[in-house]
Design a protein around this ligand. Structure first.
Ligand code: XLS
Ligand code: NI
Ligand code: NI
Length: 431
């Protein structure tokens, strides 16, 4: 059967090319003893590329993919063929999926699991024959109407149990496919109105569920990381995993801060009123940095538009934080991004990723150079230099002792410029 992508050739690095090519992403280029491929660890998501039909709140399907509606195993396999063809054309080292993306739902829970296992066999063969590795697996516990009032936070204990079974089967498959992480995005773990919500109970349920997931991970010997993906709202009005700091507080409360990390998405950071680099810096500082979803939001529209990245200065500041965190270990750069609904052609899927990968490469290179030149760290150190000789001031001291220090010396601190514009000019030299 001819490929959905017909005669689109594998994309290569060629800065002079007229057509489809990487102009900045050279997978083999070394940055400090590590190739760009290993720094960036690109992953392509299955859902937006091969499942989403192009609908928006005012209109239905715009895409016409030969595997739609993918409600039979034959069509699901056809979809997998196209997906792995695309992974090969892009040369990405990783992919990501939800259970629901790769298998049609069965008539029973058991049939759904059987189908998931059969599809896992099918993709496993492709992965072993030169396909990409699995960055992460996850379960879709937000699309079907049974999850409308939440997954683990559902008022109905049967839904909680259904979710336990779903996550178990999905972790098993992720483990079997050699997945490097397992992600939990709290799709409908939140609420619309307090009038019908037992907030206290729902948070307890969510904490208990996560503890069970962590226990199960150890039981099956899954070596990857468990990642929570924060998001402040959408689909529910109030999502419990609001942002990185909120997730950290939640993990601490349930004793899981050493066990679980975060998958930070640029668009979710924006929805939370933060910048991407803020969320990444917070994750690094709290010791829970794991992985990123590199898809941006439109700054005007106020919902999760999941667009491909196209802003090199923003990517530079994001990778700056990734590098400061020591780079990815099990994590990577996942494009949880979708086309605009008028971008109908197979080549649009390829071009979108090529452009996104190039933006990330530009960002990474700029970030690497800024760090190598000490361009931002030197002025930052200078700003805090006073503390290098003042730690004795706070170590083991009381508030009265420090007050005495200030008063006896008649301290009168003088303001010093924060130099924001000068620092912004420095960043601009690198991007
Ligand atoms: C939705 C999330 C979702 C997760 C995986 O906004 O970004 O796509 O990444 O469930
Ligand atoms: Ni998202
Ligand atoms: Ni995401």
């Amino acid at each position: 059967m001819t490929s959905y992508f017909q005669d689109i050739a594998p994309v290569t690095y060629d800065p002079q090319a007229k057509g489809l090519a990487f102009r900045h992403y050279d997978p083999q280029e070394m940055l400090g003893g590590k190739s760009m491929q290993d720094h960036l660890r690109f992953a392509v998501c299955y859902w937006h590329n091969f499942v989403w039909e192009g609908n928006d709140p005012f209109g239905g399907q715009t895409f016409d993919r030969p595997w739609f509606p993918a409600d039979t195993m034959d069509l699901a396999k056809r979809k997998a063929d196209a997906a792995f063809d695309m992974f090969k054309i892009l040369g990405v080292p990783f992919w990501c999926f939800h259970d629901h993306d790769i298998r049609p739902e069965g008539a029973s829970l058991k049939e759904s699991h059987d189908r998931l296992n059969e599809m896992a066999d099918y993709v496993q063969e492709k992965m072993e024959n030169g396909g990409p590795k699995l960055l992460w697996g996850t379960a879709n516990m937000f699309s079907n109407r049974r999850f409308m009032s939440g997954a683990s936070t559902n008022p109905d204990p049967d839904v909680f149990a259904y979710c336990a079974s779903t996550v178990k089967s999905c972790m098993d498959v992720t483990h079997r496919l050699g997945g490097e992480n397992y992600v939990l995005w709290g799709g409908r773990e939140g609420y619309e109105t307090l009038l019908n919500t037992d907030l206290d109970r729902e948070l307890q349920q969510m904490g208990r569920f996560l503890q069970m997931v962590v226990d199960y991970k150890h039981k099956i010997g899954f070596k990857g990381a468990i990642l929570i993906e924060p998001k402040p709202q959408e689909p529910t009005k109030h999502q419990y995993d609001y942002d990185v700091a909120t997730v950290y507080g939640f993990l601490k409360r349930f004793g899981l801060e050493e066990e679980v990390q975060v998958n930070v998405e640029q668009g979710h950071a924006i929805l939370a009123g933060h910048s991407f680099e803020h969320e990444l810096a917070m994750a690094r500082t709290l010791g829970i940095f794991g992985s990123i979803d590199m898809n941006r939001n439109d700054y005007q529209s106020g919902w999760d538009t999941d667009q491909f990245p196209n802003n090199a200065p923003e990517a530079a500041l994001a990778y700056y934080e990734v590098l400061k965190a020591g780079g990815f270990t099990t994590g990577g750069t996942n494009f949880d991004a979708k086309l605009r609904r008028q971008s109908l052609d197979p080549v649009d899927l390829i071009a979108a990723h090529v452009g996104g990968m190039d933006i990330c490469a530009r960002g990474l290179k700029a970030a690497y150079a800024m760090l190598a030149d000490d361009a931002l760290e030197a002025p930052r150190r200078e700003r805090y230099a006073g503390w290098e000789t003042s730690d004795h001031l706070v170590e083991g001291k009381t508030l009265e002792q420090i007050a005495d220090y200030a008063e006896s010396r008649g301290l009168d601190p003088q303001p010093v410029s924060g130099r924001q514009e000068i620092l912004e000019n420095i960043v601009n030299r690198y991007v």
